[in-house]
Design a protein around this ligand. Structure first.
Ligand code: GLA
Length: 386
């Protein structure tokens, strides 16, 4: 069955370009079970692609220009294949960033016509940006036969976002987009880039997202502040322990010893990252033992750290996690992604799901006057031709 977003994209392509596309791609968003703000600290993350995606339709147009169309809302940009300027629409920067990066790597594609549309909520922390950049790059890769590996597309997408768009994220999102496997989470070591896939046997349990539907301003500058604070904390600890390259290398004892030099804020940032990396590894072991109670406890502990030590939560996220904590059958919950809004991820018994969601959405409405949104998710494979 054709999904609605995909249908819109296919229809728009035919009406705008008068022909059928050569290639259609699904490029997924991602969730992250645990390991938040650890990727740029060279630690561990546990993401997976999901069944909410950006859909792309492509064809080579035989011209010296690219014509890119967003289906929803309808917006169009066209620019020459070489020597282009940053477009007026922000979404176009992700696609142009890919072209710019391809050029740096010695790949010169001809002109393309592209339409994209999505059923991925924007601003919910599900990484629509990497779905855009990696999906576009993979489309160009396949269309022009560049034979770039999935791993390298993830890396190109990462650098395109950092260097061209100016988003200073880690590598988690692009990896999830390009290297996921259906029904599995990825355990990714963000330093070595080694990764393994892990399946959760979830017969009795479910993972759902609840979107706060708020996005607080300053997200980006706060994100960059946290990343700078982490780097500074590692630098201070390096004075005593020269082998430390990032917070990944710091133990609780080392941070404890350097508490005075770090000061309250940097000490708390460091403790969060150290503990979160431990929680990730502990969670993977718990998954292998089918110990979902432990997985859930780690999710709650992760949220407490993100709220109190790393300070990237907000009252709406805290409220949703408090509801999860006080509901029998909800094993764990935490804020997910960069923070300051977006979604919580909840691990719960299937049988309490409807009751929990109904009650939580009601209480949330009473508290904030905002409709929160249930986002059911399935773990899927990565960007693929359909
Ligand atoms: C954003 C970034 C990711 C990661 C998360 C926090 O989603 O894009 O690289 O840092 O925040 O875990």
């Amino acid at each position: 069955m054709m999904n609605e977003a995909l249908e819109r994209v296919a229809r728009k392509f035919e009406s705008d370009f008068g022909t059928k596309p050569e290639l259609i791609l699904r490029s997924p968003g991602r969730i992250n079970l645990i390991g938040e703000h650890t990727d740029y600290n060279m630690g561990f993350v546990v993401p997976s692609a999901i069944d909410k995606s950006v859909y792309f339709a492509f064809r080579k147009n035989g011209r010296d220009e690219h014509r890119l169309v967003a289906a929803d809302p309808a917006q169009k940009v066209a620019f020459p294949v070489s020597g282009f300027q940053k477009g007026e629409h922000f979404w176009a920067h992700f696609l142009q960033g890919g072209l710019w990066k391809l050029d740096q790597e010695g790949h010169q594609p001809g002109g393309v016509d592209v339409v994209f549309g999505s059923d991925l909520p924007i601003g919910a922390g599900l990484s629509s940006s990497s779905a855009l950049s990696c999906g576009f790059l993979e489309g160009m890769n396949l269309l022009f036969g560049f034979e770039i590996s999935r791993f390298d597309i993830a890396m190109l997408g990462h650098f395109a976002e950092r260097e061209y768009v100016g988003l200073k994220g880690g590598i988690m999102d692009q990896f999830a987009n390009m290297l996921s496997k259906p029904d599995h989470f990825i355990l990714l070591d963000c330093r070595s880039k080694e990764y393994t896939h892990h399946q959760l046997i979830m017969d009795e349990y479910d993972i759902i997202l609840i979107n706060t539907c708020v996005e607080h301003k300053l997200t980006e500058s706060d994100y960059n502040t946290r990343s700078a604070e982490s780097a500074r904390a590692a630098e201070i600890i390096r004075d005593r322990y020269p082998e430390v390259r990032s917070l990944r290398d710091v133990s609780l004892e080392m941070a404890g010893e350097m508490k005075n030099q770090l000061g309250d804020v940097l000490y708390r940032r460091a403790m969060y990252v150290i503990r979160e990396n431990r929680r990730v590894l502990d969670t993977i072991q718990a998954c292998h033992r089918n110990d979902y109670k432990k997985v859930g406890e780690n999710l709650f502990a992760s949220h407490a750290g993100l709220r109190d030590e790393y300070e990237v939560s907000c009252k709406e996220l805290d409220f949703l996690v408090d509801q999860a904590m006080s509901t029998e059958g909800v094993l764990g919950a935490r804020m997910m992604g960069g923070g300051f809004g977006g979604c919580t991820i909840n691990l719960l018994e299937k049988k309490v799901r409807d009751h929990f969601v109904r009650r939580t959405l009601n209480l949330y409405r009473q508290e904030f006057g905002i409709e929160a949104q249930l986002i059911p998710v399935r773990l899927t494979g990565s960007t693929e031709v359909i």
